[in-house]
Design a protein around this ligand. Structure first.
Ligand SMILES: Cc1ncc(COP(=O)(O)O)c(C=O)c1O
Length: 421
C-alpha cells in the first residue's frame, strides 16, 4: 500500500511545480510599504497595479484612524465565540442593517471571509433534490460551494445566454423529477477578464424558468452602480437578485464579507450557515472599520469618480496604443499579449525592474496556451503620472516582445521548464 504522502513527495501540484522558477517573484511576491499606488518590491519602488483597493481606502487617513482606535478599544479578541453562542453585538447588527439598506435588500448577514462564506451559503441554500446551474468560469469559492452539493449541477459556457437557457431547461427537467428547485449562480464582475455577468438577461429568464439567482459581486460592490451598490444597480436589476454577496476584501479594503436578501432568507441563513455557526464572530475592529468604510462609500462619491477617471485614462491610453483589452466592461484591466510562459516571465521582470511597474501575470492553464495576460487594477489612489509611466512601459515591453528579445533572454528558463514537464 502507498503512503498517503507519496504523491506529495513526487508532485507539488499544478502551480507548485513552478515554484523553483517562480516563487518569491511571480508567485508569493512580497510587496512592502503602506498599501498605495506605489509600494516596494525587492527594495525598488514600483507602481502597484495588483491590489483590489479600488477606492483607495486601505491607507486613507480617516480609515487608518478608525482602525487604530477600534484596535485600541477592543483588541483583537472581542467578541469571543460564534455569533450564535457569545459573539453577537449591537455593532454587528448595525453593520448588517446599513449594508442591507445600501444594497437595497431587506436584510444582511456578516461572513468572516468571502471565500468560506460563499461556500457555506451555497451549501445552506440547496438540498440534494435541488439543481445548481453556474458559470464555467466561476470563482473558486463558487466551485467549492458546488462541490459540497449532493444533487445535480450543470455548468454553462461563460456568460453565454444560449448555454444558460439550455442548462436551465436541463435543470428544470431534473428538478421536476426530484421535486427540488434551481439555484443559478453568477459573478457580478468576472475578476480575471473584467466582464460583467449578464445579470439583466439572466433575470429576464425568470419569466420563462423558475429559479433563484445568487450573485457574487466581489468586484462590483463599491465600483459599479450610481451609488456604488454594485452590478445589480449598474444594470438596474438589483430586485431580481435573490441573494447578493460582496466581500470586504476589495473596495472596502478590509476582511470579511456579507450576504443580503429578503429578511426571511437571511433569518434562515443565520440559523443554517455552518461557516458562521461554528466559527468565531467577525472581530470588532473589522466591524467598526467596515462601518467607517461603508459611510465613506456612501458619502464620498468622489472616490468612485476618481477610480473611474483613472480607469478610463488607463484603458483609453492602452487602447489608443493598440493593446487588446478583451471584453472588459469594468475597472479590471486585462492586457492580452502573445507569448510563451518563459517569455512572459522575462517580460514581467523587465516591467518590474527596468520600468518600476508591478502587475499580476496570468498564463496557461488559466488562459489559453500562447497568451499572456497582464492584469491591472486601477484604484482611486493612482495618479495621471502613474498612468503615463505605465503606458510608456507597456509600449516598451511590447516592442521587446515582438522583436524576440524576451525569447532570447528566457531560452535557458524555457529549456529547464521543458525538461521539468
Ligand atoms: C469573485 C470573488 N468571490 C469571493 C472572493 C473571496 O473573498 P474573500 O477574500 O473575502 O475570502 C474573491 C476574492 O477575494 C473573489 O474575487
Amino acid at each position: 500500500m502507498k503512503d498517503l504522502f507519496d504523491k506529495i513527495y513526487k508532485d507539488k501540484g499544478p502551480l507548485g511545480k513552478w515554484a523553483d522558477h517562480a516563487e518569491g517573484y511571480f508567485i508569493f511576491p512580497k510587496l512592502e510599504g503602506e498599501v498605495s499606488n506605489r509600494m516596494k518590491f525587492k527594495g525598488r519602488e514600483v507602481i502597484t497595479w495588483s491590489i483590489n483597493d479600488y477606492l483607495g481606502l486601505a491607507n486613507h487617513p480617516e480609515v487608518r484612524k478608525v482602525d487604530a482606535e477600534a484596535g485600541k478599544k477592543w483588541g483583537s479578541a472581542y467578541p469571543m465565540g460564534a455569533r450564535m453562542m457569545s459573539g453577537h453585538t449591537d455593532l454587528h447588527e448595525q453593520l448588517q442593517r446599513e449594508l442591507a439598506a445600501f444594497v437595497n435588500k431587506e436584510a444582511a448577514y456578516l461572513l468572516n471571509f468571502g471565500y468560506q462564506g460563499m461556500v457555506s451559503t451555497i451549501d445552506a441554500l440547496v438540498s440534494k433534490d435541488d439543481v445548481i446551474v453556474y458559470d464555467v468560469d466561476a470563482h473558486a469559492c463558487i466551485i467549492d460551494g458546488v462541490r459540497l452539493h449532493l444533487g445535480q449541477r450543470f455548468t454553462y459556457r461563460h456568460n453565454d445566454m444560449e448555454s444558460i437557457e439550455k442548462n436551465l431547461q436541463r435543470a428544470t427537467k431534473v428538478a421536476e423529477k426530484t421535486g427540488g428547485g434551481i439555484l443559478l449562480i453568477s459573478e457580478g464582475v468576472f475578476g480575471m477578464r473584467g466582464e460583467q455577468g449578464k445579470l439583466k438577461e439572466i433575470i429576464a429568464l425568470k419569466k420563462k424558468y423558475k429559479f433563484r439567482f445568487f450573485v457574487d459581486d466581489a468586484h462590483g460592490f463599491g465600483t459599479l452602480g450610481k451609488t456604488g451598490a454594485g452590478t445589480g444597480e449598474e444594470q438596474g436589476v438589483q430586485d431580481g437578485i435573490d441573494v447578493y454577496f460582496a466581500t470586504f476584501a476589495k473596495a472596502m479594503a478590509s476582511t470579511g464579507a456579507f450576504i443580503a436578501a429578503d429578511e426571511i432568507i437571511i433569518n434562515y441563513l443565520k440559523y443554517n450557515l455552518r461557516s458562521q455557526m461554528f466559527a468565531k464572530s467577525l472581530q470588532m475592529q473589522l466591524v467598526e472599520g467596515a462601518l467607517k468604510r461603508l459611510d465613506m462609500i456612501r458619502t464620498m462619491p468622489e472616490l468612485k469618480e476618481k477610480l473611474w477617471e483613472n480607469t478610463n485614462a488607463l484603458q483609453n491610453g492602452l487602447r489608443t496604443r493598440g493593446f487588446d483589452l478583451g471584453t472588459t466592461q469594468t475597472c479590471v484591466t486585462p492586457v492580452y499579449l502573445k507569448g510563451s510562459i518563459p517569455e512572459a516571465m522575462a517580460l514581467v521582470k523587465d516591467l518590474r525592474e527596468n520600468h518600476g511597474v508591478f502587475c499580476s501575470i496570468v498564463v496557461y492553464p488559466v488562459i489559453p496556451k500562447g497568451l499572456i495576460l497582464l492584469r491591472l487594477i486601477p484604484t482611486a489612489s493612482h495618479t495621471m503620472q502613474d498612468i503615463e509611466e505605465t503606458l510608456n512601459a507597456f509600449s516598451a515591453i511590447r516592442e521587446r516582445l515582438e522583436s524576440g528579445d524576451y525569447k532570447k533572454l528566457s531560452a535557458a528558463v524555457a529549456k529547464a521548464m521543458q525538461e521539468q514537464e
